[in-house]
Design a protein around this ligand. Structure first.
Ligand code: CTP
Length: 430
């Protein structure tokens, strides 16, 4: 655990501070150009950014670019501005340090505790969250020396992001690409919110449904919902960063980055979602139903476009058939032994409340009905939550009082849900 550890499942108590001082370390890889986008993203969210490149990084992107984007001078060596004791000051005043891209060489130097340039000296001094974002060729990433160095950093509480799969500098492809700047920035902000991300889910298989299902009416029309998929993708991101093997079964979503290393399976309708979840849940340790599932589908799907005033006016009066409840089905399959008893099942509840009951009361009743182990309940009245980057609500479990989840980004909320899942799995001896 690092110094920023928060008690599992508790809303972090870190007071928001703005602007926060973020150090962006850049080492010498072709992906150094993406660091410019990272700096811009962090600045646009109101934070102050100081760039500390290595000498090698400046072969790829000039100091002028980083100075213009950050509004601060850039140096690489501890012998610049010696009177300001930069090699200590920058790290001491940082609220977060992110090294992106991090080459195999800089990872090795950080693991060895070296301080032979301004970047490594800054990392050695920093007591704030440190996020290292590797980018290198696949062979270097899988080299035992790099594996050991990465494990060392993780053991010390440094967040080492999994690299993305894809095209590398030459013609080769594989794991080793730098994740997208928005993904890196979001993870930095999550750590800044007081969220600790331990690499403790290696070997666990996590299955997550996300986004909205759509039910066809005819070849051009469908019935859908406003889900963006953001909460499911945020859960996938945090589970991936904890080291789990993650599969996302995604319906309709806004344009979202797939977390590094996660597998994505696309579906459209509820029946497709059910088929994927039912078969994949047999092999999963944790199943999360964050998809917004259509409760009903048209009783029949027209094979040609329905025309106004024809087809017995089928467009003005739709006949609907109830869809199966996938979450309830998964719980029943576990009771019948088709899914392991050790599998943790998580549901969501989107509630607006009504004249008789509050959103929390409705969610508690839904929790009883669904029979899952954890339920994340949201108040979705007045346009809250759907499509937003933020979320809030309550986490319900069988054993504990409802936990209030304060307003925060969907990644911060995701981390808290997964902490609760971790806690109840440990209590159950999993
Ligand atoms: N869910 C499901 N299958 C359905 C409907 C919902 O698996 N046919 C899951 C959702 O993914 C979510 C949970 O059940 O995890 C609750 O979804 P929600 O839409 O809030 O509740 P419903 O069961 O649809 O109940 P209602 O619409 O009456 O509130």
């Amino acid at each position: 655990m690092s110094e920023t550890a928060n008690p599992a499942g508790q809303t972090p108590s870190v007071a928001p501070k703005h602007p926060r001082n973020i150090v962006v370390g850049v080492s010498g890889g072709i992906a150094a150009y993406k660091a410019a986008h990272l700096v811009r993203n962090l600045k646009e969210h109101g934070d102050d950014v100081r760039v500390v490149p290595t000498e090698a990084a400046l072969n790829f992107v000039g100091a002028a670019t980083f100075e213009a984007l950050s509004g601060h001078p850039v140096s690489t060596t501890v012998f610049d501005a010696v009177d300001e004791v930069q090699h200590v000051n920058i790290g001491q005043h940082a609220d977060a340090v992110v090294v992106a891209p991090a080459t195999a060489d800089v990872i090795a130097r950080i693991a060895a505790g070296r301080a032979d340039d301004l970047l490594t000296a800054t990392v050695l001094v920093a007591t704030c969250p440190v996020i290292v974002v590797p980018a290198m060729h696949t062979e270097m990433w899988f080299n035992p020396a790099t594996r050991d160095n990465v494990a060392t950093l993780r053991r010390r509480g440094i967040t080492v992001m999994e690299p993305a799969h894809g095209r590398l500098t030459g013609k080769d492809t594989g794991p080793g690409r730098l994740p997208e700047p928005e993904q890196i920035a979001e993870l930095v902000r999550t750590r800044l919110a007081g969220i600790d991300i331990n690499y403790d889910w290696q070997g666990l298989k996590v299955l997550i449904s996300a986004g909205g299902t759509q039910e066809d009416l005819d070849p051009v029309r469908f019935i859908g919902n406003r889900s963006s998929g953001r909460q499911g993708f945020a859960l996938a991101e945090i589970a991936s960063q904890r080291g789990a093997d993650v599969t996302i079964v995604a319906g309709n979503t806004v344009d979202l980055q797939t977390p590094s290393g996660a597998e994505i399976v696309n579906i459209v309708s509820t029946s497709e979602l059910k088929a994927e979840m039912d078969s994949r849940a047999r092999d999963a340790d944790i199943v999360i139903m964050s998809a917004a599932v259509s409760d009903y589908r048209p009783a029949s799907v027209a094979s040609s476009k329905m025309k106004k005033g024809t087809n017995d006016d089928a467009l003005s009066t739709l006949h609907m058939t109830e869809n199966p409840d996938i979450l309830k089905g998964l719980v029943a399959a576990r009771e019948q032994g088709e899914i392991s008893q050790e599998t943790t099942i998580v549901g969501f509840a989107a509630e607006t409340g009504d004249e008789k009951s509050s959103p929390l009361e409705l969610a508690q009743a839904k929790f009883q009905r669904k029979g899952c182990d954890v339920l994340m309940a949201n108040d979705v009245s007045e346009g809250k939550v759907f499509g937003n980057v933020n979320n809030e609500g309550w986490i319900l479990t069988k054993e504990l009082e409802p936990r209030t989840v304060a307003h925060g980004t969907k990644q911060v909320v995701a981390a808290q849900i997964l902490d609760v899942v971790n806690e109840i799995r440990h209590e159950a001896g999993a």
